[in-house]
Design a protein around this ligand. Structure first.
Ligand code: SF4
Ligand code: SF4
Length: 97
């Protein structure tokens, strides 16, 4: 029986997990591998994501054999600096505001 997935809120990081409930088998692999324990299966084997804990590492997506999780760039994510020089300039500019 395929499991179901629901999402509760948006969270941190540049990327966010996007869940495909029809492909989830509720195996629990992603739950075990998630570093901040942002994933859980409830009593009905529904996978839930706590986006307040999730920091967008992508381990859940790469661990899922059913490709039930993909990572999307968050709409409000800032563009990371292209290189270290650009990063230093951005940090310097932010300090001088
Ligand atoms: S690893 Fe994939 S199939 Fe298993 S519970 Fe997570 S999302 Fe569902
Ligand atoms: S992206 Fe990382 S932190 Fe977020 S739910 Fe997946 S494994 Fe957990």
């Amino acid at each position: 029986m395929g499991g179901a997935i629901k999402a509760t809120s948006f969270g941190r990081g540049f990327f966010t997990p996007v869940l495909s409930p029809d492909q989830c088998t509720s195996c629990g692999t992603c739950v075990d591998i998630c570093p901040p324990k942002a994933l859980s299966l409830n009593s009905e084997d529904v996978l839930d994501v706590d986006y307040d804990k999730c920091f967008g590492c992508g381990l859940c997506a790469s661990s899922c054999d059913e490709t039930a999780i993909s990572m999307d760039k968050k709409e409000d994510a800032i563009e990371p600096p292209a290189n270290m020089h650009a990063l230093k300039q951005a940090v310097h500019a932010s300090r001088n505001k």
